[in-house]
Design a protein around this ligand. Structure first.
Ligand SMILES: NC(=O)c1ccc[n+]([C@@H]2O[C@H](COP(=O)([O-])OP(=O)(O)OC[C@H]3O[C@@H](n4cnc5c(N)ncnc54)[C@H](O)[C@@H]3O)[C@@H](O)[C@H]2O)c1
Length: 317
């Protein structure tokens, strides 16, 4: 298949582009490099620098069998400061992309959504039938795209999958996790282990969880990539898919920090600071639907493997 991968210079997009190439697909890697790095784009993909909302550019790239759309601004905290940027970049550009894909007759669209669409849920694990209640412009931007996608599917314009990831983590030697700026717990803890930070901050230890720190579900980026490749094929028998992608297991921030200390062998300092506004106490996925529909099995998403792979990738940078 010929696949357009947007955001392919980013963490998850580059890992998925690499997997597509390994499986014999042709990849056009589109990224405007606002936060991605061109060196992340795998050898063998055709790299095109530009915005996913640039209709003329996308049309000039020819026909595609599918588009996997990772391109987005990703930080909920930043979206609380600059919501307009998130609505233009994550919503308006995506709407233009969808329109262009429909005009081009691209039959399949796979979208990076997020558990942020669920907001603050009490009961864990969270399945796809839960109410949608985003707590940030970032989460709202994902919701708006999902809703538009549903209408396009209902009107027979495209087949589409919304992939609601929990926390992408891990990494491969070719594609380490390095966001700009870095906001994710594991790479920040690795920086503390490597001495690039004086300490690790954990935001709040007075949540209603066993050790008081927030609980999150981490999924290895390689398992995420595999789910995306499978979703392209699954759209042939399902015009619309809405799937949680998580490991189904929650770890507290303290447990993650302890695992990073164990894997790296470095006893870095941990400081508890104030809660961050908008952080839910827990977010753990039910991944039963994705496992069934995609015939998908997690290969590397236990916490020790995630941290060990992330550390190897970090050291290779
Ligand atoms: N990392 C996570 O834990 C996580 C969790 C849930 C959802 N997601 C979603 O997964 C996707 C990929 O996340 P990531 O962690 O790889 O982030 P990333 O920042 O590494 O990658 C995003 C890429 O998109 C590019 N980009 C942004 N806006 C663009 C535009 N308008 N046109 C073209 N390129 C553009 C950036 O330059 C970057 O390379 C995002 O949509 C994000 O919202 C990520």
């Amino acid at each position: 298949m010929r696949v357009l991968v947007t955001g392919a210079a980013g963490f998850i997009g580059s890992t998925t582009a690499e997997l597509l190439l390994t499986k014999g697909h042709e990849v056009v890697a589109l990224d405007n490099l606002t936060s991605g790095r061109v060196e992340n784009v795998p050898v063998g993909a055709r790299f095109v620098e530009g915005d996913c909302g640039d209709e003329g550019l996308i049309r000039s790239l020819g026909e595609f069998d599918a588009c996997i759309h990772f391109a987005a601004r990703i930080e909920p905290g930043e979206s609380m400061k600059y919501p307009e940027v998130f609505f233009v970049n994550n919503v308006a550009s995506t709407f233009r992309l969808l329109q262009t894909l429909v005009v081009l007759g691209v039959p399949r669209f796979v979208f990076s959504s997020s558990c942020a669409v669920y907001g603050d849920q009490i009961e864990m694990p969270v399945d796809e039938t839960r109410s949608i209640d985003p707590q940030s412009p970032y989460g709202q931007s994902k919701r708006m795209v999902e809703e538009a996608m549903s209408w396009l599917v209902a009107c027979g314009r495209i087949r589409a999958a919304s992939m609601r990831y929990f926390n992408a983590a891990g990494g491969t030697l070719a594609h380490p996790e390095r966001h700009n700026p870095e906001i994710h717990l594991i790479p920040i803890a690795l920086e503390a282990a490597a001495g690039r930070r004086t300490h690790l901050e954990i935001y709040g230890d007075d949540y209603p969880t066993p050790d008081g720190t927030c609980i999150r579900d981490y999924i290895h980026v390689s398992d995420l990539a595999e789910a995306h490749v499978r979703a392209i094929t699954a759209l042939d028998t399902n015009p619309e898919l809405v799937l949680n992608l998580g490991s189904g297991v929650g770890y507290s921030n303290r447990e993650v920090a302890a695992m990073v200390q164990r894997v790296t062998g470095v006893d870095f300092e941990i400081r508890i600071t104030a809660r961050r506004p908008g952080d839910p106490a827990a977010a753990v996925a039910s991944n039963a639907l994705a496992r069934e529909v995609l015939e998908w099995r997690l290969a590397r998403s236990d916490l020790e493997t995630i941290v060990a792979d992330a550390w190897s990738a970090f050291q290779s940078m």
